[in-house]
Design a binder for this molecule. Structure first.
Ligand code: OAD
Length: 234
């Protein structure tokens, strides 16, 4: 591997699993007998907003009781100490990366702790439920707030910034993601095509594992601190 100046890290639900937040596709991927894919869509929200709000209200309340784990802590340490370029792109909508102290972070699938007003387009930080149809703090319209998360069929956030970073990366590392959901699942190929070395850290081989130059399999709380220590020693 040549000299590494620029790192892009993609994280998924596996990074937060050891904090006690359920992943999407382990354990059958069911919530109250609904496939997660059937809840996390604009069509589901149009059909049954109360059901979708209840799902997100439950998850929003749950993440506030969770704490970052050793994997979040190690990535925050790398962010603080890495003097070259670095970007953490997370598919996670929890706030555990930032609570651990990460700063160079993009939430490509949005954030649980924000509400998005479909009347005035404002985004507000939001800790409580949305199912009781509260008013938007910005415009005062009631009942038109939705979770500020990206649903299936919607465009993830800040894709231009992400592709720019992928095209400059010397190293791309994918952590705790099944590689099942695009466009994130395609990032490894984008980075490779631009000449980056690629590394997977996941509990098991992801769906795209063959695209990576190297893969290490095990719990993120062990793999990530070990890899970060290697990077900061180099
Ligand atoms: P998944 O649930 O699809 O995959 C989680 C991955 O983490 C799996 O490959 C597990 O093997 C691995 N894993 C589980 N526990 C782990 C641990 N302790 N250490 C390391 N790896 C572990 O979650 P994502 O890939 O994040 O999108 O899912 C991608 C997207 O699909 C989500 O952002 C969400 C979902 O639908 C939207 O909501 C738009």
């Amino acid at each position: 591997m040549g000299e590494i100046r620029s790192i892009v890290i993609l994280t998924g639900a596996g990074v937060s699993a050891e904090s006690g937040i359920d992943t999407f596709r382990d354990g059958g991927g069911l919530w109250e007998q609904h496939r997660v894919e059937d809840v996390a869509t604009p069509e589901a929200f149009a059909r049954d907003p109360d059901l979708v709000q209840r799902f997100y209200d439950m998850r929003r309340a749950a993440i506030q009781t969770k704490q970052p784990n050793a994997a979040h802590d190690a990535l925050a340490r790398l962010d603080a100490q890495w003097t070259g370029e670095l970007l953490i792109v997370t598919q996670n909508v929890d706030d555990l990366h930032e609570r651990a102290g990460a700063r160079r972070l993009i939430h490509m699938h949005g954030e649980h702790l924000k509400a998005w007003c479909t009347a005035c387009d404002a985004r507000s930080s939001w800790l409580g439920p949305l199912g009781d149809r509260p008013a938007c703090p910005a415009c005062g319209v009631a009942g038109l707030l939705r979770p500020d998360v990206v649903w299936f069929g919607e465009m993830p956030y800040r894709m231009e910034d992400i592709y720019r970073a992928l095209n400059r990366a010397d190293l791309f590392v994918s952590i705790g993601t099944s590689g099942a959901v695009y466009p994130a699942a395609g990032f490894v190929r984008e980075a490779r095509a631009s000449g980056a070395a690629t590394l997977e850290l996941n509990m098991e081989p992801s769906q795209g594992t063959h695209w990576f130059d190297a893969a290490r399999h095990g719990p993120a709380s062990a793999l990530v601190p070990a890899w970060v220590a290697e990077m900061l020693e180099e």
